[in-house]
Design a protein around this ligand. Structure first.
Ligand code: ADP
Ligand code: MG
Length: 222
């Protein structure tokens, strides 16, 4: 079966100066419905890997196929469409707009994805409820705790019902009860067929995944 995510000997060099080889010769295949945790020390290339998988960055060399499509030949517009239709991305630093409410932040993902206008607000509220921040729907990110902002970012990633969820340290700012709840949600999403790749320092997250990928100094280690 065609892997959903297929990195074939991918290297990413940030030009600098000084140039940094953030990812070196990485080969990784993730099958449909797999739940993969990526672990490794700070600066080892985890975010670089996720950004490549999420079409937010391009390889310096090597091939990346998403759902069998070699994305190197695609222009920005096609990449954006592919990303919006298939991928939910949770950034390490959330990237929420500070002067928009939680609901508006989630709705923006639908706007970019061309979801019908009529259903957006209800879908955004449902996504916020699902991650346990429905009561903060009208709040601005600037008035929220780190954990609440993180959950809004997760709601935004889920609202378009992506087939693939990519998360950079999703439990980094959560207390253990909230983190447990989030892990149950990931289990549920995984059971429903979502493909999940999650970067984590958290042993509780890593132990829930089906597979561990370790990165050290930009290299995926066996
Ligand atoms: P991790 O997420 O594991 O902490 P990153 O992927 O963020 O690691 O970074 C890997 C390496 O690439 C680090 O040395 C980092 O400083 C460097 N790096 C990341 N992004 C950039 C960038 N945009 N420009 C230059 N260097 C970068
Ligand atoms: Mg990182």
């Amino acid at each position: 079966m065609t892997p959903v995510l297929d990195l074939d000997r991918v290297t990413r060099i940030h030009p600098g100066p000084p140039a940094v080889t953030a990812l070196a010769d990485a080969t990784l295949r993730v099958g449909r419905g797999e739940y993969v945790a990526v672990v490794g020390p700070s600066g080892s290339g985890k975010s670089t890997l996720l950004n490549l998988l999420g079409l937010l960055d391009r390889p310096t060399s090597g091939v990346y196929r998403l759902d069998g499509i070699d994305v190197a030949g695609l222009g920005e517009r096609d990449r954006t469409a592919l990303r919006g239709g298939r991928i939910g991305f949770v950034f390490q630093s959330f990237h929420l707009l500070p002067h928009r409410t939680a609901t508006e932040n989630v709705m923006l993902a639908q706007v970019y994805n061309g979801a019908p206008r009529g259903g957006r607000r209800a879908a955004a509220l449902a996504a916020l409820e699902r991650v346990g921040v429905g009561h903060r729907a009208h709040a601005l990110p600037t008035t929220m705790s780190g954990g609440e902002r993180q959950r809004v970012a997760i709601a935004r990633a889920l609202v378009n019902e992506p087939a693939i969820l990519l998360c950079d340290e999703p439990t980094g700012n959560l207390d253990s009860a909230t983190s447990q709840r989030l892990l149950s949600l990931f289990d549920e999403l995984h059971a429903a067929g979502l493909t999940i790749v999650v970067i984590t320092h958290d042993g509780a997250v890593a132990s829930r995944a089906q597979r561990l990928v370790r990165i050290v100094d930009g290299r995926i280690t066996p």
